[in-house]
Design a protein around this ligand. Sequence first.
Ligand code: ANZ
Length: 973
Amino acid sequence: MDYQFKDIEQKWQQFWADHKTFRAENTTSKPKYYVLDMFPYPSGAGLHVGHPLGYIASDIFARYKRLKGFNVLHPMGYDSFGLPAEQYAIQTGQHPLLTTEANIATYRRQLDQIGFSFDWDREVRTSSPDYYKWTQWIFIQLFNSWYNKDADKAESIAKLVEHFESKGSAGINAVCDEEILSFTATEWKDMTEQQQQAELLKYRLTYLRESTVNWCAALGTVLANDEVKDGFSERGGYPVEQKKMMQWSMRITAYAQRLLEGLDTIDWPEPLKEMQRNWIGKSVGASVRFPLSLSPTLSEGEGAGKKVSPIGGDLEGASYIEVFTTRVDTIFGVSFLVIAPEHELVAELTTPAQKADIDAYIAQTKKKSELDRMADTKTVSGAFTGSYVTNPLNGDKIPVWIADYVLAGYGTGAVMAVPSGDQRDYLFAKHFNLPIIPIIDIQNIEVEADPTKEGKYINSDFMNGLGYKEGTAAVVAKLEELGLGKAKVNFRMRDAIFGRQRYWGEPVPVYFKGGLPYLIDEQHLPLLLPEIDKYLPTESGEPPLGRATDWKYKPNQPHKEGEAKVSPTGGDLEGAKGASYEYELSTMPGWAGSSWYWYRYMDAHNDQEFASREAIEYWRDVDLYIGGSEHATGHLLYSRFWNKFLKDIGKVVEEEPFKKLINQGMIQGRSNFVYRLIDEEGRGTNTFVSHGLIKDHKISPLHVDVNIVDNEVLNLNKFKAWREDFADAEFVLENGKYICGVEVEKMSKSKFNVVNPDDLIARYGADTLRMYEMFLGPLEQSKPWNTNGIEGVFKFLRKFWRLFHDAEWNFNVSNEAPTKAELKSLHKIIRKVEEDIERFSFNTSVSSFMIAVNELTDLKCNKRAILHDLVIVLAPYAPHICEELWVLLGNPAGSISTAAYPKFNPAYLVEDEFSYPVSFNGKMKTNVSLSLTMEAADIEAAILANTDVQKYLDGKTPKKVIVVKGRIVNIVI
Ligand code: ANZ
């Protein structure tokens, strides 16, 4: 029979599903291999041909690893909480769950059609309660933990409380909020429960704090930094403003150093690691305190202890401004201080005379986003507060300014400005006519002389003559001695906001008592998402969960049938039998569910634990992770953070979750255009000009659906049917055809360049689609989709099928022993595919398969010994056709996935002949193939007897014949 891909593919997909062919075992003696794809958000549009690219590559790899004897875990699931389903719910009133389920059904159908070897028994959905129960459980563990810097790991809050009870706050070295209290054990015990809880919140790894957030009014929610692009939301493109709100945050900064160090231990693309390094942004420098210069008449001695503000009156706040600098060595060049307009001391420092200026400047800053502020290096602006500080090392009086080039959220929000060392400070000094103090022995500061490279310090008492390294060390030592500064490492990374004022996300397992957050009891998990009437904020501006009726936490009442009565964590319940408390109304952000999902696949149905210890110890980590580079600083950073935390609390075994990662390139769209003729009055007509003729006409280009264009030729009837207004379209053709224009753009509905895999599978089959997607080019590279070449791959598979069949399409395989040439062809491909797959070069294998099949076709090879192995080698790429042929070859159905990858035998590739280049008087004229075992005398005789050689000799007798065995023959005539 001819190659009937439709029947074959349906048959095998059914077979795999019925027999659970790709089920991974949690206990086997085989070595494990975990191949993971970034799971999709099931959007309403379904899959386009770009989506499966990574999945196909990982599937080939997973199938190959099975052939290599591994127990492979290759799961799939859905990141199914998120904004689009909720936006749709707002518009249509349809519950996001329904939309999500419908979309998942479409995804599943599309994925099944491509023939992936997923273990569907382990499917996860982040929006399903038996999954998010464990996301909530992880939140609880984070809330119950703090980061002990001495142990360099997370520890339980109970342990911290124990310490407070016995020793007070002394001796605790934690990553925590800045404004922590210091207290003795007695003072701790004397605090009310409220006070204690408020203090502990400053240490917890997830905490509630007022923070500046990216507020998107149109979406009604807070967005993460990586979801905001140029001041607009990444989804929807709505404006985003800075707003202060009480927010849940995750103390990811506690892990900054480990996140940085871990990068050196994993096999990820270098550019991606670099992005994470930049995001973490480690800076080694120092913090320096510049004491406030009080009123000029109050010298240090007199003023001590009696702080007086420059405006007069008692100064309640700080007595110094702390800066963070990476160039503490330049401290003798400081001629002013700049603090961020949002700095907490601004109001305090502003003198009445400067108030108008400062207020106006602050108002102006509010309009700029942080990104604009960082990007603008040219405009100089700022305002003087009217106050001064003193240089701690030389006592210079230094004016304090505010300017938007200093960011509130970085370092301490204050910089010591050194015009002779820093370009921005230099421009600022020039503009406002502030002093420029040279600091090194190079006079031309205009060229930004840099002591890190050259020069010796001047202008200071103890640094003069020193170079950069010693100078820096000397300043730090001096500051430490004075208690006014110390070496400090700063990270650019901020704690991650962990709340959304939205409905379709995980409820935060927290309730409030006395204004403070408490955890709901683990027994009460999952905290289910309540039903609400509308997916909008309440009239009073609370998040949608505020609409839920009768949704209160009743700690001492059973939540499920048969559940014991429990008391809530902390808090006394005296007489509170019927007590009920408000739940947290925000939900978790999109990244919560995806920050641990790879563990759930290890043990997807466990209702006692997020995954069993046994499963975690067996699967450990992901060996190969494939997904898009757009997750570089979001998902891939949060996942590493949660992984490290879970490791700290002893729940997982590896420090890094994803050993090797590959970013697949983007598949771009290939848009087609038609050209509408414009009439004299500049109006569009209904006549369309073929691409080759547009120079001669006034036209306007228009996207046309790529699915009605074949090899750039427009199908005129389909075009007329495409849109009503084109029904009576007319055409200016070239050579009887309408040729469309082409451009590479993002694949999107609005550009009509979306190619749906379903259509291609219907036409050519999944095996062709799989191989074609790989054939497009290197996996990591972005490339435009071009359907034009798919026919070639389809023909290849038909030719492959043909090897097993005679001219009448009867299955016909011979049991004869293979020839040397056939074995050589086979072993070349065995080696090539193995090498290619091991280095993730899938496109090069496809062309090698084509060469092998051509060679075997030329050799008229239908030997079982050859084809048996060839089928196994091709199976990871084109699994359906290979399963079918495998059975036709007499093997049991479905067993090809448990076959062994054929062993490469180099002996078959050893060349036993050599094609000698034959030169006459040094000029190469011809080649003669001879056995490599021949000795010089025989070679000479054979060469001279060759008819081509005799032709060149033209009857002459050679003066000399030089033979270099295995290399060359030169004939002198
Ligand atoms: C004095 C100095 C002299 C500086 C000099 C640089 C060069 P990174 O490497 O990014 O950490 N800075 C500190 N906090 C800032 C803030 N909140 N907004 C804007 N700039 C800030 O850079 C640290 C340097 O950036 C610090 O070192 C500080 O300027 C500035 F010749 O201090 B430097």
